[in-house]
Design a protein around this ligand. Sequence first.
Ligand SMILES: Cc1cc2nc3c(=O)[nH]c(=O)nc-3n(C[C@H](O)[C@H](O)[C@H](O)COP(=O)(O)O)c2cc1C
Length: 172
Amino acid sequence: MEILVLNGSPHVKGSTMDMVNAFIKGAEEAGHTVSFFDTAHMNIKGCLGCDYCRDHEKGVCVQKDDMQKIYPYLEKAEMVVFASPIYYFTLSAQLQAAIHRTYAPDIPPHVKKTALIMSSGDRFVYGPAITQYFQSIVEYWQVENAGIFTANNEQRNSEEKRNELYRFGKSL
Ligand SMILES: Cc1cc2nc3c(=O)[nH]c(=O)nc-3n(C[C@H](O)[C@H](O)[C@H](O)COP(=O)(O)O)c2cc1C
């Protein structure tokens, strides 16, 4: 399976990446092809809402920034994994920007399942991010939610979480 991972954490050695790395290890060992993008270190602007992709060139975004690198992977992805720290009770702005920019190609043609990985300081802070994930991704794309994984407080960077994510990747 072609798996696309979109990471929204700016911390390359942070707790979100700790889970992402374990997931990728498991998924690759299971024989899947994983493509990874660090949206927080890419030049991805917010959607302009100009509707160029609707009214002029169907599916083509007028903004020629780093999102252009991600579009071909969205096109062929069979699974998309979203990973983010919780910033002010929701996904990071960097990941949000990438999600909003899927407006141009719209629903990826081959995606069958998605997953969400989140890290936070506190517990019980995932509500808005999970709501957005279900309503904007799972239901809109009509895909299966393969899993939602969270790590907060002392769970972050723990062997237990790494194992959980590794097993998830391996099980796909
Ligand atoms: C701008 C900002 C906003 C944050 N907002 C929240 C929040 O609303 N709730 C929470 O529990 N943690 C919040 N945090 C803490 C991060 O979610 C937490 O440290 C997370 O584990 C960071 O993940 P990382 O190691 O991948 O960077 C915030 C951190 C930052 C920098």
